[in-house]
Design a protein around this ligand. Sequence first.
Ligand code: SAM
Length: 187
Amino acid sequence: MFWLIFISIIIIFSFGIGAFIGAPWVPAFEQDFDELLTKTKVGKGTEFIDLGCGNGKVLEAAAKRGAIVTGYEINPVLWLVSWWRVRSYPNASVWIGNMWGVHLDHYDVVFLFLIHHHMPRMARKLSHSLKPNARVISYVYEFPGIKPSHKTRNSFLYQAKAFGTIDTKVLPKKNSGLQKTKSKHTK
Ligand SMILES: C[S@@+](CC[C@H](N)C(=O)[O-])C[C@H]1O[C@@H](n2cnc3c(N)ncnc32)[C@H](O)[C@@H]1O
């Protein structure tokens, strides 16, 4: 009984912390992966990162194309699932840790599936940490005030230069002023 309660607390805490400091776990739809990865030219040798990699399915899809994939996940349970999923790919690594502290300056493609109130903070991070030709895939949520280069059914694609031109001082710090830009997360 003690162990059951103990394990339940660990699981609840693991899922709670992700929801609190980033986004709760909701997996991206697998049927979207091909379009996203093709549009952002993910292929052999592409340095690809998923910030908050959840169950690792996006990482696996990119690794299958020969990309060098990195995942960060704050939830130890999901980190383990991700790590297990991509364990056979020599070009894949999955780290347990907080995405907000990750250096992004050598990645070609940054994938993220956050939540609307963290988009301004992420835009500020990207504005000073992307390499010049990097591409950003934001699943479901649009960055406020930043023009995507493409829109797909469930995501917004950006070029690094779009973040270089934003005035980070005017980006809203909280929800205020955020556009209601959530796309329909459609199957
Ligand atoms: C909406 S899910 C997306 C999962 C995966 N990227 C996908 O698209 O299927 C967000 C994920 O980010 C993780 N997460 C939230 N905050 C985080 C943080 N600060 N650092 C690392 N991972 C975080 C959550 O645990 C969750 O698995």
